[in-house]
Design a protein around this ligand. Structure first.
Ligand code: ASP
Length: 334
């Protein structure tokens, strides 16, 4: 029987990390191994799919820029138009994996399932988690139920939706959780056991694939600012002077802020900057006009999105030409 074709896009991270000895799980060089080494470490992949490997860059994902993202999106756009491919896997550093997964899901055609995975331990470590994550990600990407499921995150035997996947621990192998939700699937004996039909879950999420065709040459600047005791509202004007077209506040509690910060953000909104009100907390929604009068101050509430996911969505929405109402309606679908 013909095996499905799978595109593996290797971008670096700990899954391709190498340390001086097998007991080292923190001191290592991310992205040190070539993509071919990742595939060779998992001979069982050959039983799943014909794997085509590409490595557009190999970096720790804390170094990602939107230029890297656009390179990745262009490649995935082309892959989605290739009927010979059953799915794609992106190996990625875990630090910004959840942002890349949401970016891909919102900007790309969902016909090609894309599973983003990584590892918490470098490839040279005892008990490295990368090989099993890679195998399970490949099994998920070529699973017939994943067709039209868009982007997903595979970590530690769980398939997580791109809008909920969150790195919640700095070092453990069970670092990823589904924020305010459940996993789409658990991996059982190397195959996804779906709890939710993933294509149905994807159909409920918004898409900007058509609005972003062709892809822009660059993404608009959107900055994230965290609220804290004594936060300086002067940062808002400074960021706008640096060219910010969107600002996402990681507010205290339910997206709250002191009056001087609110006034600075409101002035920015009146000047045409997209201002999104999110929370610095690990879970829970930020609801419209709840506690803060979003409509009066010109803010868009982040709903169920974390602050850094709201930042990704805001950048793509501005690139797609959405106005404040358009962004609010988009966010409401998460
Ligand atoms: N700093 C690494 C990265 O995101 C961490 C990891 O991959 O787990 O690339």
């Amino acid at each position: 029987m013909d095996r499905p074709r799978l595109l593996l896009i290797a971008t670096g991270g700990t899954i391709a990390g190498a340390a001086a000895s097998a007991d080292r799980t923190q001191g290592y060089v991310p992205g040190a191994l070539p993509a071919s080494a990742l595939v060779e470490a998992v001979p069982a992949l050959r039983g799943l799919a014909d794997v085509v490997v590409e490595q557009p860059y190999s970096i720790g994902s804390q170094h990602l820029t939107s230029a890297h993202w656009l390179t990745l999106l262009r490649r995935l756009r082309a892959a989605a138009a290739d009927p010979s491919l059953a799915g794609a896997v992106i190996t990625h550093g875990t630090d910004t994996l959840e942002e890349t997964a949401l970016l891909v899901d919102l900007a790309c055609d969902r016909t090609l399932p894309v599973v983003a995975t990584g590892a918490m331990r470098p490839a040279t470590a005892l008990g490295a988690d990368g090989p099993m994550n890679l195998y399970a990600a490949a099994a998920t990407a070529v699973d017939p139920a994943a067709r039209a499921a868009g982007a997903m995150v595979l970590m530690n035997d769980q398939v997580l939706p791109p809008d909920r996947a969150a790195k919640a621990h700095t070092s453990r192998t069970d670092a990823f959780v589904a924020r305010d939700g459940a996993a789409l699937a658990e991996i059982v004996d190397g195959r996804p056991r779906w709890r939710v039909p993933p294509a149905e879950a994807a159909a409920r999420r918004p898409s900007l694939a058509a609005a972003l065709d062709p892809l822009p040459q660059a993404l608009p600047r959107v900055d994230l600012l965290a609220q804290h005791v004594d936060a300086d509202p002067g940062v808002v004007d400074w960021l706008v002077s640096r060219g910010a077209r969107g600002l996402v506040l990681a507010g205290t509690g339910h997206g709250t802020m002191p009056d001087p910060m609110r006034d600075a953000l409101s002035r920015a909104a009146a000047a045409g900057v997209m201002v999104v009100r999110a929370s610095r907390l690990a879970s829970g929604p930020v609801n419209r006009n709840a506690g803060v009068d979003d409509d009066r101050w010109g803010f868009v509430p982040a709903g169920w999105l974390s602050a850094h996911k709201a930042r990704v969505v805001t950048a793509l929405a501005i690139a797609a030409g959405l106005d404040r109402d358009g962004l609010r309606a988009l966010i409401d679908r998460y």
